[in-house]
Design a protein around this ligand. Structure first.
Ligand code: PEP
Length: 253
């Protein structure tokens, strides 16, 4: 394959709109002191309300924090919004941008996603840009065209801007259906090719019903450099098993 493998693989837990403080405390306690293995980085993306308490709870532990969304203005009269600097202040390293739930349910557009990316970079956050096709688009052979149309938001990115891309086929999110190793390998190869064309050299995660039973096979696909995990990240044992699966793969390379 024509791409290099990037730094450490990332296993990131997207908690979506789940967990109260007491539940989050339990979950983090059960994750253990240091779930991150040498070749695997671990991040948690809880709801906004849990960022500050989790930053305190995680302390010096080897787990990074991320948010699930951000607004693109730095401050002001934008009731209900959170700025990139607020996320930095709450201890975030990462921010998810362009998750399919935000595109599909909240109507987020490429223009807004691009603005969010630039705002995140200006504040020193590393965006995790989510891209992915719907089932009808895959069935109509439009997957690559859809991914290309979503990746255009990276045109004009500042040189060396930190970014992680997460390929999440929408039909595999929260459905229990995962893409096959063949589909993942083929699609990640296309995404890396497109990123190279855009002058970006970054890590590409897979997301969509990753669980302890399929993690090792998915993480072993060429061009996959970690996972964005939704449902299975809400269970400490499952999330730990996925981290372990990624470590097994990384240690073989
Ligand atoms: C996600 O929402 O980013 C995700 C991958 O969810 P799940 O693992 O539940 O499919």
């Amino acid at each position: 394959m024509g791409f290099t493998s990037h730094k450490r693989h990332l296993i990131a837990g997207n908690w979506k709109m789940n967990e109260l403080l007491s539940e989050a405390k339990d979950l983090v306690t059960h994750l253990g002191e240091n779930p991150a293995e040498d070749h695997v980085e671990v991040a948690l993306m809880p709801p906004y309300t849990l960022l500050h308490p989790l930053a305190d709870l995680l302390g010096e532990r080897n787990i990074r924090l991320g948010a699930q969304n951000v607004y693109f203005e730095p401050q002001g009269a934008f009731t209900g919004s959170i700025s990139p600097l607020m996320l930095r202040d709450a201890g975030c390293h990462y921010v998810i941008i362009g998750h399919s739930e935000r595109r599909d349910i909240m109507g987020e557009t490429n223009e807004q996603i691009r603005a969010k990316l630039h705002a995140a970079w200006e504040s020193g956050l590393e965006p995790v840009l989510c891209i992915g096709e719907h089932l009808d688009e895959r069935e109509n052979g439009e997957t690559n065209a859809v991914l290309r149309s979503q990746l255009v938001v990276l045109e004009g990115a500042p040189e060396g801007a930190p970014i992680t891309v997460a390929y999440e086929p929408v039909w595999a999110i929260g459905t229990g259906k995962t893409a096959t190793a063949e589909q993942v390998t083929e699609t990640h190869a296309y995404i890396h090719e497109e990123l190279t064309r855009l002058g970006m050299d970054c890590r590409v995660l897979y997301g969509g019903s990753v669980n302890p039973g399929n993690a090792e096979e998915l993480m072993a696909c060429p061009g996959v450099e970690g996972a964005l995990v939704g449902g299975a990240s809400l269970d400490a044992d499952s999330f730990t098993a996925i981290i372990q699966a990624a470590a097994n793969v990384a240690n073989r390379v």
